[in-house]
Design a protein around this ligand. Structure first.
Ligand code: G6P
Length: 451
């Protein structure tokens, strides 16, 4: 039993089965894991889903980290809920990603997947209801678990329940594509919470403007930030120093434009590459003097549209290299792998950071780079990223669809005098660290307990 509980689809650890049959546990990186891990110092429990075979095997063998409980959901129900609804429907709606008029299609198959999404949410609610002390605080995370608050409220009216949305919230007109009954179930499911959290005022207002919101719970914004000390320590490990030396050799003193993302449609990686190509076309003085370091972590590769997207990123990078490369200069160095060490080394080396999502709940990369950059770095930032609310004054802001404007912003960023860049980076880092993960978590917990 626990007095503080966190629920999320992806938990803080994942397991793989080794060839000899043993289990390897891998702790997830990233600020959110460290922030939510404060739950264990509060004597709490983190409830998450078993994501793959390794996790399921761990559940079967009764292997678990202290303070973490994995739910083994039926694999077909899970695949429908996670790939079929959360990542193909809710993610697409909140990020305005549908390619209209081909999509979306809300038919009988959608209804079946929606029933799985409901079952998966109810399984979470039941596990939480069973594990929560009387009056416990439960902090439910993200669009995967939108129906948990309502169900949990029905099972355990004594609990204090919060739901936090890490994505944007779709504008009301866009969300209206959902069938009305599903739309209502989604909004009412979330409204079972005592408090709904969002990263920015824009997403909170979009939720409140939804026509299906009639009994709105308290809505608050908690813009997740970065733990400077922890991140700088990570970025100065010997492995990162070594990788940085390699990157310095590869880039040979040229200026660097750095981006780091998941291979995620909303991150707008292709338009970033097109903007870089346009920079080289419009400003030939940069040819041979700049390198674009792009890291993309493979993500959601069960979905065909993500596989195609990942391939298109690599192809476009190759096309730019083909068009502008010379025997001693490769314009784009792209790495499609989960390599946090390389990313941290690139963060330190960055002269320019490119963060150009078409829509993003927050975007922590925009906050991380200024914090670890060695020499100061100019930030080119999409006005559609949640981070825009806090960082826009010291970033060069762009409309993410406007490739030409993005190319010009890159030119301006590369041309920024070093003292101005250093000043801006300092202010960006201050804004980025205003609400580090642990404080972000404790602020919500405090509000839930006293509100
Ligand atoms: C976003 C979501 C998170 C999710 C992460 C990685 O940041 O808000 O909830 O965990 O993407 O996506 P994945 O599907 O791999 O968990």
């Amino acid at each position: 039993m626990a007095s503080v509980l966190v629920a999320s689809n992806r938990g803080p650890v994942s397991y793989t089965v080794r060839d000899d049959g043993g289990l390897d546990a891998r702790r997830g990186g990233g600020g959110l894991v460290s922030g939510l891990s404060a739950v264990s110092s509060e004597g709490g429990l983190w409830v998450c889903a078993a994501l793959g075979d390794g996790d399921r095997e761990a559940v079967r063998r009764g292997v678990a980290e202290p303070g973490v409980r994995m739910l083994d959901i039926d694999p077909e129900v899970y695949a429908d809920a996670y790939n079929g609804i959360a990542n193909s429907v809710l993610w697409f709606l909140h990020h305005h990603l549908y390619d209209i008029p081909r999509e979306p299609v809300f038919d009988a198959d959608f209804r079946r997947r929606w029933a799985s999404y409901r079952a998966y949410n109810h399984a979470f609610a039941e596990a939480l209801a069973e594990a929560a002390d009387p009056g416990a605080a439960v902090l439910v995370q993200d669009y995967h678990l939108a129906l948990v608050p309502g169900r949990l409220r029905a099972l355990r009216p004594d609990l204090r329940i919060a739901h936090f949305t890490h994505t944007p919230w779709a504008s009301p007109g866009y969300l209206a594509m959902l069938p009305d009954d599903v739309h209502r179930e989604l909004v009412e499911g979330m409204s079972g919470a005592d408090e709904l959290g969002f990263h920015t005022r824009a997403w909170a207002s979009a939720f409140l403007a939804d026509p299906f919101v009639d009994r709105a719970p308290r809505v608050a914004t908690y813009p997740l930030g970065v733990d400077a000390e922890e991140l700088r320590a990570l970025a100065h490990r010997p492995a990162v120093d070594a990788r940085l030396a390699e990157l310095r050799a590869e880039t040979a003193g040229r200026r660097t434009i750095v981006r780091v993302d998941r291979t995620e449609l909303s991150k707008n990686i292709p338009r970033g590459l097109l903007a870089y190509r346009e920079l080289l076309a419009r400003h030939p003085e940069w040819r041979g003097r700049v390198v674009h370091l792009a890291s993309a972590y493979p993500s959601r590769q069960d979905l065909e549209v993500y596989r195609a997207y990942t391939a298109s990123v690599t192809e476009l990078a190759a096309a730019v290299n083909e068009e502008y490369g010379t025997p001693d200069w490769q314009p784009v160095l792209v790495s499609v792998q989960d390599d946090f060490t390389r990313s941290l080394a690139a963060y330190r080396l960055a002269d320019v950071a490119l963060v150009n999502p078409v829509r993003d709940g927050m975007n922590l990369v925009a906050k991380e780079i200024p914090v670890v950059s060695d020499e100061g770095c100019a930030l080119v930032l999409s006005r559609e990223a949640g981070a825009y609310e806090e960082l826009h004054e010291d970033a060069l802001t762009v409309n993410p669809y406007d490739v030409t404007a993005t190319a010009e912003a890159l030119h301006q960023a590369l041309s920024m005098p070093a003292p101005e860049r250093a000043e801006r980076t300092k202010r960006l880092a201050t804004a980025a660290t205003a609400l580090p993960p642990r404080e972000w978590f404790l602020a919500q917990l405090g509000s839930l307990r006293t509100g």
